[in-house]
Write a protein that binds this ligand. Structure first.
Ligand code: GLA
Length: 360
């Protein structure tokens, strides 16, 4: 019986948070992280549509599922969603799907996209589907968005499928046009988990933000909020105060992504730090997706002298990301961890070298 093994990485988003779902259609700038989920898809005896899924991270217990099952709020839904998406192209055999992941769950570095992209990659190989990397990303998104029911954007699946280690991926989430850029030589990406988990599939906050952005878009009569720029901000005074703040975050964050790319091209690290700090303030005050534990980590980083720090991912928990010269990274972590004993370093990643210099 055939089998095929594939892996896919987690991601950190440098800037462009909550700009990627449908009503917003903005830019994002994520990078893959050197943490992988590995999936083996094996053909087994039985009818098409039978799925036995197991994960080393969940005790290796086999779960029997069917492609016709409704989603049931279990991690195996992600696997079923991927097989359903593949089944639209070709009839799948009965499958055993075995998973092993190094990606920490609930920290805002997209364990779910790593799982879905690795699963679709494995199915692509096993079933001979000949999918492009963009098609793999779209099928992984379909599994999470349409079947699992998370109203997420396409950022995570695209960077997991198309990103290159050591580079950032500028993605226009409306047109799906993308381009890769290197970060400055010697930049360390530091991620610190605050200790409070987030769960997009179950959390209502993320869904509420999508609904609020949809309301802003509809009231403003635009196709996506990212069609608007700084010059349009006075139009927001026509909206209810809370909806206006949500829209202001999306519009300004989308501009910050483009400004960040311009600063990257110029090698202007001060400007990059300013933009990350402004992104955090906007996510905290206008979009209200931060929590006190996350703000405390960002404030510690500033006290150490690194302004370029912000909440990363969907929010309501999870981690911060901070960019800094590599030679300051360990001093920074010593300082930040002393002030935040519950913080946990996820990785230090020297993008210029594309290598993991430290992983805890
Ligand atoms: C989660 C979602 C992404 C994106 C981020 C916030 O990671 O899966 O699509 O919306 O939150 O930027």
């Amino acid at each position: 019986m055939h089998s095929f093994t594939a892996k896919a990485p987690a991601r950190a988003n440098i800037i462009g948070e909550h700009t990627d779902y449908a009503p917003n259609g903005g830019h994002v700038l994520p990078t893959p992280l050197p943490f992988y989920t590995t999936v083996t898809a094996q053909e087994i005896a039985g009818p098409s549509g039978r799925i036995i899924a197991s994960s080393k991270n969940f005790g290796d217990e086999p779960h029997e599922r069917s492609i016709d099952d409704p989603a049931r709020g279990h991690w195996t839904d992600y696997v079923v969603g991927c097989v359903r998406a593949a089944a639209k192209l070709s009839k799948p055999p009965a499958l055993e799907i075995s998973i092993k992941s190094e990606v920490p769950i609930g920290c805002g570095i997209s364990s779910s996209a790593a799982l879905c992209v690795a699963t679709v990659r494995a199915l692509n190989g096993l079933m001979g589907l000949r999918l492009s990397d963009a098609q793999i990303a779209l099928m992984a998104h379909e599994a999470e968005h349409d079947y699992v029911g998370v109203p997420c954007g396409k950022m995570d699946q695209f960077v997991s499928s198309l990103g290159n280690p050591g580079q950032v991926l500028l993605l226009n989430t409306r047109t799906l046009a993308h381009r890769r850029y290197p970060l400055a030589e010697g930049t360390a990406i530091m991620l610190v988990d605050c200790g409070k988990k987030h769960d997009l599939a179950k959390g209502s906050g993320y869904k509420q933000r999508v609904a609020e952005c949809t309301e802003a878009r509809d009231r403003l009569g635009v196709g996506t909020l990212s069609e608007l720029g700084y010059g349009d901000l006075d139009r927001l005074s026509a909206l209810p105060e809370l909806i206006a703040r949500r829209a202001r975050h999306v519009i300004t964050e989308n501009q910050r992504v483009l400004e960040f790319v311009a600063a990257l091209e110029k090698g202007d690290v001060e400007k990059q730090a300013d933009l990350l700090a402004a992104s955090h303030a906007s996510l905290r005050d206008d979009f209200e997706v931060s929590i006190p534990e996350i703000d405390a980590l960002v404030d510690s980083s500033k006290r150490f002298g690194i302004r370029g720090a912000r909440i990363v991912g969907g929010g309501f928990g999870g981690a911060i990301i901070a960019l800094m010269p590599r030679d300051q990274a360990m001093g920074w972590w010593t300082f930040v961890s002393r002030e935040n004993p519950n913080g946990r370093l996820i990785s230090t990643y020297a993008l210029s070298a594309g290598e993991n210099v430290y992983a805890a």
